[in-house]
Design a protein around this ligand. Structure first.
Ligand code: MG
Ligand code: ZN
Length: 174
């Protein structure tokens, strides 16, 4: 089986905004992200982005905008991410779904596709819904504490992705 790091997008890989990030101009990648992704890859993790994109359900932007931001992220960080899953739904605008975090359908789909062992895998996010989705998937959870949201039940907490990656590499293999 394989192991994976499941990554929330906004607030973990790129700066979040109060409203939606859907243009490359507003897609500002955090310092240290490329180094963190390289560390994960070196240790053999699959890298999978798991992101809620309800701006699609609200008609603010389209899937092609989400892909354009992802392609930009890949180009800027060395094409290390294996796949991005996004939920385009919102319960008040189109449908109740199982993919929108805290639902974990995207994680379960990726685990099946990539033959992922949850006991060797991680979910990293800056919101409670990321941590909840990770816990329901049986992975170790890491909260990125960027000031957005206090989370009680994550296994670990770090100020940014690189700090998390450096810890994880030492924790798992040191
Ligand atoms: Mg986030
Ligand atoms: Zn959904």
């Amino acid at each position: 089986m394989n192991k994976a790091v499941f990554l929330d997008r906004d607030g973990v890989l790129n700066h979040d905004k109060v409203d939606y990030v859907y243009t490359i101009a507003e897609f500002k990648i955090f310092e240290g992200v490329k180094e963190a992704l390289m560390l994960f890859k070196k240790e053999g993790f699959k890298l999978i982005v798991i992101t809620n994109q309800s701006g699609i359900a609200k008609g603010i932007y389209e899937p092609k905008d989400v892909y354009a931001c992802f392609n930009y992220l890949q180009a800027e960080t060395g094409h290390l991410i294996d796949e991005m899953y996004f939920c385009p739904h919102h319960p008040k605008f189109d449908q109740v779904c199982k993919c929108r975090k805290p639902g974990n359908q995207m994680i379960l789909d990726a685990m099946l596709k990539y033959d992922i062992d949850p006991s060797q895998s991680y979910m990293i996010g800056d919101a409670q819904r990321d941590i909840t989705a990770g816990i329901h998937s049986g992975v170790t959870t890491i909260h990125i504490n960027n000031g957005k949201e206090w989370v009680e039940n994550a296994h670990f907490s770090f100020p940014n992705l690189l700090a998390a990656a450096q810890f994880m590499v030492g924790y798992t293999f040191g």
